[in-house]
Design a protein around this ligand. Sequence first.
Ligand code: DGL
Length: 277
Amino acid sequence: MLASLRAMNAPRIAIFDSGVGGLTVAHAVHAKLPGAHLRYLGDTARLPYGTKSAQTVTRYALQAAAALLSDGARVDALVVACNTASSCALPALKESYDFPVLGVIGPGARRAVAASATGHIGVIGTERTVQSGAYEQAIAALNADAVVHARATPLLVGLAEEGWCDGPVAEAALHAYLRPWLADPTVARIDTVVLGCTHYPALKAVIGRVFAEILGREVGLVDSADAIAEELALRLPDATMGEGRVELFATDALDRFARVGGLFFPVDRAHLALIDL
Ligand code: DGL
């Protein structure tokens, strides 16, 4: 009786992403707030968001969130796990709901500013996230003297989805992206790098290693999944203990979602359902 009352009152967190990558965020949130009920939607029918225009990403994000929340159940926070959607659709999403809507850019920016000693901060992400300038804006609001260097590294999304989270292919792709970029002496001053895409925490080890190989020293890596989980734990302290429910939804290709998503978060195929947008 008491247990079911506690379960009913447990904080409810809805999370959406363009696909499976946001499961890295679900993983971090579930680890920090095991008592919360999590409901996750991956918009696998329309992935990737990272190559699309801001208008299209905003339209998709609004539709995905509306579908995830369509049963009218109580929600304590909506997390936009996708960096791309966070970078351009957050204002429209915030306007649509009267409960907290949190993106991953703010928490990642706060961590990066706190961690950087040189004030030169690197950001890697999708084309849309980099073009949006969202990290530059968020970081400038916290420290007007900080200098942000952003580089689109979109191939890393496919590598993570292939399960090639380390090894020669990931190393070669990173060298191809990072060597020409870091050859610029101003960019080479970065001491902190934001992993500005849902998939990148899965490649954290190889990303750190290749930066160190090129620069001859370590850089700090900011995991935006961990950063948003920490922020949620401050807002919903009741959820930091207990055992919440996890419900997973995708808009297409459930078997692929279970197989690839399983690299980032334990996916129980029996608890995965289709939402048709
Ligand atoms: N979820 C996206 C992000 O974090 C990466 C995948 C995509 O391009 O949709 O930016």
